[in-house]
Design a protein around this ligand. Structure first.
Ligand SMILES: *Cc1c(COP(=O)(O)O)cnc(C)c1O
Ligand code: SF4
Length: 411
């Protein structure tokens, strides 16, 4: 498997240093000169790294580098962490803020797009900068760190919006901050009575699993329920250190989920994804989303067609545990939000039956009941005030509206 980086360039590093995230952070590789001493680089990579200084910085942890198979020029870890000249290519449709997040900013670093949950970006730093990052426009520039003012503005906004019950704490990588800083955020959120769940989105279990320390876990578990969503893209990323980190989180009551990004030449293959999903489940991580690549500038070379994602779901659903099947989503450009995409299993319908097909191609009839009354005796008790529910097609179904008009129409 090529050069053994841990026993090569890093052979004089003690195990206690190697396993210390502070050592990993401090020794992140950020220059061509250093990286060249660790693994031979191609001209494309050297040019890509040089260009990335003024664009989207390179940084990678020694741990993540040590997972590279140096014999393979298209190694999935390599492609995700080492810049290529392709990043300079701008396609005509590329967007700086493909998800319209800036438009949905309710307060600095706080994105409020959905009715009952918000996204809170608490740092723009990461231990490894994924070359396909969708938030390139703000990640790595050091201008989006959360200070006391930004934190108090976000907390004030959330406190004033009782409909918010779920806060996704992300970044950058929130775990690039110190435990004390993270605790400030968790504590402030937990003090808001209407916050039911907190989610942490972090790539540390992949790129710097040493960051998941006993101290971190002991601190964070005080603020349960916390859902911990991580981001594995390829089976090679599940190292022994990662397994330990995931076990520590699971043992301490964090509910683990994973989101992957569909990346051309990295994981654009059904068997790679299936293996990854199985390995995640063995480590108590439930696959959550698989994302179609966004239209961020400079990541065109990572974009696989949407049909590849559909093909992958076709190859999972029914063929393997339902727990191993994530939802494939396109985060719709300009703030459309996540839209689920899947193969068509629904084939036709008449008033008394629906026609469906399964993963084997068996086509079945499901006969509807003659009784259609679905009113529940307890429904009244769970009713949400109209103000909060009056969005979207569900308002056509519940009779609040007859028609939805596009906002630019005269109606
Ligand atoms: C993804 C996302 C969420 C969380 O969405 P879920 O589908 O509930 O996981 C919330 N806010 C924003 C802006 C997001 O992009
Ligand atoms: S960890 Fe997340 S925010 Fe950081 S570079 Fe990777 S994808 Fe972007």
């Amino acid at each position: 498997m090529g050069i053994n980086i841990r026993d090569g360039y890093y052979k004089n590093v003690s195990d206690s240093d190697w396993n210390d995230y502070k050592w990993q952070f401090k020794n992140r590789v950020t220059t061509v000169e250093e990286l060249e001493q660790i693994i031979p680089l191609t001209e494309d990579e050297k040019n890509g790294i040089k260009a990335s200084f003024s664009n989207f910085k390179m940084a990678t942890t020694p741990h993540y580098l040590s997972l590279i198979d140096t014999d393979n020029p298209e190694d999935p870890i390599r492609l995700q962490s080492i810049p290529s000249e392709y990043e300079l290519y701008k396609s005509p449709i590329d967007l700086d803020d493909p998800l319209g997040e800036d438009h949905d900013m309710a307060a600095p670093n706080l994105v409020h797009r959905y009715p009952d949950r918000v996204l809170f970006l608490i740092t723009d730093q990461c231990s490894m900068y994924c070359r396909f990052c969708t938030r390139k426009r703000l990640v790595s520039d050091g201008k989006h760190l959360v200070d006391k003012t930004i934190l108090s503005q976000a907390i004030e906004y959330i406190s004033n919006h009782p409909e918010i019950r779920d806060v996704v704490v992300s970044g950058g990588d929130p775990l690039f901050m110190s435990d004390n800083k993270i605790e400030e955020v968790l504590k402030a959120l937990r003090e808001i009575p209407h916050i039911e769940i907190i989610r942490l989105g972090s790539r540390m279990p992949v790129v710097c699993p040493q960051r998941i320390t006993k101290e971190f876990v002991e601190m964070a578990k005080k603020y349960h329920p916390i859902y911990f969503n991580t981001h594995f893209n390829h089976p090679y990323e599940i190292s022994d250190e990662s397994k330990k980190a995931l076990a520590l989180l699971a043992d301490n009551g964090f509910v683990l989920g994973n989101q992957s990004v569909l990346l051309r030449k990295v994981n654009s293959d059904v068997n790679i994804i299936k293996n990854l999903m199985h390995q995640l489940l063995k480590n108590r991580v439930r696959p959550y989303y698989i994302y179609q690549c966004d239209l961020t500038s400079g990541i065109e070379h990572f974009r696989a067609p949407v049909s590849k994602g559909i093909e992958i779901i076709e190859g999972l659903r029914g063929h393997t545990s339902g727990l191993a099947v994530p939802t494939f989503v396109i985060d719709a450009p300009n703030g459309g939000g996540k839209v689920p995409i899947q193969p068509n299993y629904f084939m036709s319908q008449s008033p008394d039956k629906v026609i469906i097909r399964n993963y084997e191609g068996m086509i079945s009839t499901y006969i509807e009941s003659d009784t259609r009354d679905c009113s529940c005796s307890t429904a009244e008790q769970f009713k949400i005030p109209a103000k909060k529910s009056n969005i979207g097609l569900s308002t056509l179904l519940n009779g609040e509206r007859m028609t939805l008009y596009p906002h630019y129409s005269d109606k």
